[in-house]
Design a protein around this ligand. Structure first.
Ligand SMILES: [Zn+2]
Ligand SMILES: [Zn+2]
Length: 219
């Protein structure tokens, strides 16, 4: 018997889980990008704090980039109230704190051996238990926090994904004018409505077919 659930995140019907496949892959994708974003953020912070090593360089070259307070907020203790130890004074806590609280929740509830506190170790644990996470009633909160962490980091590191609407090309599945290309992304085109995904070849073929059909209409 197939029990039809409603996805707790996007409210679409989901056949076998409380989280639909699309949302599961969104979570997996977000988690996969966090270690890289953390490195970018740390580099941004060094740009703010680095005063130039040799002391001879012109000051202007090392002027702090405007708006870099946001980096320090995300990496520093002030952005989150859970200040627990001295490490917070220097350590990049808020980014880690979000990951830490969820990793701890998973570790405790699943009675696992504690994992390392690095971004890589924590995201690996969360990804490893994603199927279980996606069955929990709090999965929507989890998704929100992880996504917010990612988008905040991307905004600061100026690596936000872009979305281009592919004008005039009709989705082969739902017939909507809703095809987009995500950059960076794994697909030449994705539909915003039905989430169909097309690779380079499929998309080129689709464009070709639709262009031909248009020309056919003219004559
Ligand atoms: Zn969903
Ligand atoms: Zn579609």
């Amino acid at each position: 018997m197939t029990v039809l659930h409603e996805c707790l995140i996007c409210q679409r019907p989901s056949e076998w889980s409380k989280t639909c496949e699309w949302c599961q892959s969104r979570i997996r994708g977000a988690l996969a990008q966090l270690p890289e974003q953390y490195v970018y953020l740390t580099m941004s912070r060094q740009r703010v704090q680095g005063g130039g090593g040799d002391g001879r360089s012109p000051k202007a070259l090392h002027a702090p980039v405007p708006g870099r307070d946001d980096v320090l907020n995300l990496l520093g203790p002030s952005a989150r109230q859970s200040v627990t130890d001295a490490r917070d004074q220097t350590g990049p806590v808020p980014f880690l704190a979000v990951l830490e609280s969820w990793t701890e929740a998973v570790t405790e509830e699943r009675r696992l051996k504690p994992t390392g506190k690095s971004v890589t170790a924590m995201t690996a644990r969360l990804t490893g238990h994603l199927t279980w996470i996606c069955e929990q009633p709090w999965v929507a909160d989890f998704f929100e926090e992880i996504r917010e962490l990612l988008t905040t980091a991307q905004r600061i590191t100026m690596t936000q994904p872009r979305k281009e609407l592919l004008r005039g090309v009709t989705c082969p599945t739902c017939q909507g004018l809703t095809l987009v290309r995500n950059v960076p992304g794994d697909w030449a085109a994705e539909c915003e409505m039905c989430h169909v995904k097309l690779n380079d070849r499929e998309y080129a073929l689709l464009v070709q077919t639709q262009a031909k059909a248009l020309e056919g209409n003219k004559t």
